[in-house]
Each structure stands twice: as structure tokens, then as C-alpha cells.
Design a protein around this ligand. Structure first.
Ligand code: GTP
Ligand code: MG
Length: 380
């Protein structure tokens, strides 16, 4: 082998080995990089996770809510809605600390059968209010939400514009096993929304069970939405609901429906006259609107303002809120006692025995109740 060829082979070997080393080092670099990447992403995932699971302090919650931070508002409402005892305890302290900053809003309840146009109406009323520099929070009491896992405000798409309005806050209805529980959560959420600076709270309910009564007992102004039919407007309306209403609004008053609206207005006005005058001195109004076409909304909004003005002037506004607080105090105690009684293991067994005795005519409902209550008081 000539010297030149030895040199050539040597050179070739050097080149080859340098290529191999480069490849290997780039491979190991890649490897190192990917493991670095992995470690980095695991670390950041852990940080995110721990930040998420680390719930902010009560002080932070209150500070952010009072500053109008809706993300903290939502998290606090989630605590209210939680069934976890620790969360509930925390929520109660937050509520207590927010309470001095609440109470400064107008609370409007809106009810009506499915499809009457509640969501559409709230969307236009809400937009009207925010364009008048109001901050609007929309909450719901929907007793059916625990059954079908849906909620009346679940499809926020029906309030597309309001959802994107920075001066509006929309919270779907909480779920729960009892209407009282669902209503309590909504009522407590009102306090937080007010503390966060929302000056108008709209509460929607579809009117299942006793939900109108619940909503009526947490609002200043109660509005019943109706649609005009064929002159039989009063049929199918639950007793008491007309009595609760501060206004009845015939919605969908557009197109073909306009002439029916006129008849419906007369019929409802007549019906309202049959009721005794309200303690507030306010005469409930019957108005019409088209939520879809945004007609009549300003008149309705002015009417609500008039009501608030009148009732504040003669003190009824505060009296009503005080009465509502008393109602909620009693309702909460009732519900708590009810649950404590019926969820008591000894009582459930004894109750079954008493029911059997009742069936066989060996006791009376009163004796059985008295015996069970004695056992309960002995237990607690
Ligand atoms: N013509 C007409 N249609 C309306 C009006 N308001 C609402 N609608 C329509 O009625 C339907 C029901 O409206 P929603 O606002 O979803 O009614 P809702 O009362 O919230 O219904 P639920 O959430 O199912 O209880 C929709 O198709 C709306 O577009 C109105 O003023 N005029
Ligand atoms: Mg709706």
C-alpha cells in the first residue's frame, strides 16, 4: 500500500469517525433535550396543578371579589355550591366578610313557562342596562337542573351578546337535591355578586314546583312573562303567581301576535284588579314587549326604576328585604332540622317501625311523631 493510499484511508477514517461522533452527540443532545423538556413540562404541570389545587386564602378571595374580579367571584360561588364541608365553611366566611359590601343592588326576578322568551328578554334587558352604565349579574333558580343535569342558563348561547359584555356576569343555575338548597345557593351568590360591584341582579326561574315563591322571596321586583294566546290567558296560571307579580309583561308582541297582545293585556289588567292593593302601594302593571325585536324594553326598565324609587321613598324597600332575611333565616333552620331528623340512622329505623304500627292501627300519627321526636331529642 502506498503512503498516499495510507494517508487517504486515514483521512477517510477520521472523517467517518467525526461524522459518527457528531451524530452520536446530536442524538444524545436530542435525548438530553427531550428529557429536559419532559422534566420542564412535568415541573410546570405540577406548578399549575398545585396552583389550581391550592385554593387562595379567604383574604385574597375577599380582596379580589371586592375589586370586581369575576374569576374569583366564580370560584367563590363554586365554593358556595360545593357539598364539601371545608368548602362550605370557607364560603361562609367569605360571605360574612363580603356582606357589608352587599345589599346595594336592585334584584329583579323573572319567571315564565319554558319558551316564553325569558333568556331572550334577559339578554335585551341586560344589554339595555349595561348600555346605561349598569353592571348586571344573571343568576338562576332551576329546580329541574338537578334532574336533567342541564340548567336554564346552561346554554349561554341564547345570551350571546350579554355573555361577551364586560359589564355582565352570567352564572348557570346550581344543581342540588332540594329546591331550598338550590335557592339558598343562588341567594348567597347574590351577596357575592353585589360585593363584586354588580348593581343589578336578574334571577331567572322557569317556575317549576315552588321556585317562583323562592325567587319572589329574594328579589325586590318580580316580573311574570307571558305570551298572548287566544283569550284564555288566565288558564293554567298557578294560583298565587299573579298575586306575587309586580308586573306582567306580554312578550312576543310582534307580527301576528300584536292583536292578541291587546286582548291579553285587558284580561290581565282585569284579573289584577281582583287582588287587594299591595302593601307597597304599587299597582302592578301590565305591559307588552318583543324581546326578539327589542321593543318595549326601555319602558319596562323605567317602570322598574319607578318601583324602586317609590318603595325606597316610603321605606317598603328595606322592610321587604328585612322580611326576606327573616324568611331565609327560618327556611334555613327548617331545612337543616328536617335533614338532621330524616338523615338520622336511628330515626329512619324507628320511623319504619312506626309506619308499620300505623298501618296495623296500633298507634296514631301524633303518638308516633311524639315518640320519634323524643328519641331524636334524646339522641341529639
Ligand atoms: N317572535 C318572537 N319570538 C321570541 C321573542 N322572544 C323570544 N322568542 C323566541 O322564543 C323562543 C324561546 O325563547 P327563549 O328566550 O329561549 O325562551 P325561555 O323562556 O328562556 O325558554 P326556556 O329556557 O326553555 O325556559 C326562541 O326561539 C326565541 O327566539 C319575541 O319577543 N318574539
Ligand atoms: Mg331560557
Amino acid at each position: 500500500m502506498s503512503f498516499a493510499s495510507i494517508l487517504f484511508i486515514n483521512l477517510l477514517f477520521k472523517i467517518m469517525s467525526s461524522i459518527m461522533t457528531k451524530k452520536q452527540s446530536s442524538k444524545s443532545l436530542q435525548k438530553e433535550g427531550s428529557s429536559n423538556l419532559k422534566t420542564t413540562s412535568i415541573t410546570s404541570a405540577n406548578i399549575i396543578k398545585s396552583n389550581r389545587s391550592k385554593s387562595p386564602s379567604i383574604k385574597k378571595f375577599v380582596k379580589e371579589i371586592l375589586a370586581g374580579n369575576v374569576s374569583y367571584l366564580s370560584r367563590a360561588i363554586t365554593l358556595i355550591e360545593s357539598t364539601n364541608k371545608k368548602h362550605q365553611k370557607k364560603a361562609n366566611i367569605i360571605l360574612e366578610q363580603c356582606l357589608p359590601f352587599a345589599n346595594k343592588s336592585v334584584r329583579i326576578g323573572i319567571t315564565g313557562v319554558p319558551g316564553v322568551g325569558k333568556s331572550t328578554f334577559i339578554e335585551v334587558l341586560g344589554k339595555h342596562l349595561t348600555s346605561n352604565h349598569k353592571k348586571v349579574a344573571v343568576l338562576a333558580v332551576d329546580p329541574s337542573s338537578s334532574l336533567n343535569k342541564g340548567s336554564i342558563l346552561g346554554d349561554k348561547t341564547r345570551m350571546e351578546e350579554l355573555v361577551n359584555d364586560k359589564n355582565a356576569y352570567i352564572r348557570p343555575s346550581p344543581s342540588g337535591s332540594s329546591l331550598g338548597g338550590v335557592a339558598r345557593k343562588t341567594r348567597e351568590s347574590i351577596i357575592l355578586c353585589e360585593a363584586a360591584g354588580f348593581d343589578t341582579i336578574i334571577i331567572e326561574t322557569v317556575g317549576v314546583g315552588q321556585s317562583e315563591t323562592m325567587v319572589h322571596s329574594m328579589v325586590d321586583f318580580f316580573l311574570l312573562l307571558k305570551i298572548a294566546g287566544a283569550g284564555d290567558e288566565l288558564q293554567g296560571i298557578k294560583r298565587g303567581i299573579i298575586e306575587m307579580a309586580d308586573a306582567i309583561v306580554i312578550n312576543k308582541s310582534d307580527g301576528e301576535n300584536i292583536k292578541n297582545t291587546h286582548i291579553a293585556k285587558i284580561e290581565f289588567s282585569r284579573a289584577l284588579q281582583l287582588y287587594p292593593p299591595k302593601e307597597s302601594g304599587w299597582k302592578p302593571k301590565v305591559l307588552s314587549a318583543s324581546a326578539l325585536k327589542n321593543i318595549g324594553i326601555d319602558i319596562i326598565s323605567n317602570m322598574i326604576d319607578q318601583y324602586i324609587c317609590l318603595t325606597k321613598k316610603q321605606g317598603f324597600f328595606n322592610t321587604k328585604r328585612n322580611n326576606q332575611n327573616t324568611f331565609w333565616l327560618k327556611t334555613t333552620i327548617e331545612e337543616s332540622l328536617y335533614n338532621s331528623f330524616f338523615k338520622n340512622n336511628k330515626i329512619s329505623i324507628d320511623l319504619q317501625q312506626e309506619i308499620e304500627l300505623l298501618k296495623n292501627g296500633k298507634t296514631t300519627p301524633f303518638n308516633a311523631a311524639s315518640k320519634l321526636l323524643k328519641t331524636y331529642h334524646g339522641e341529639t
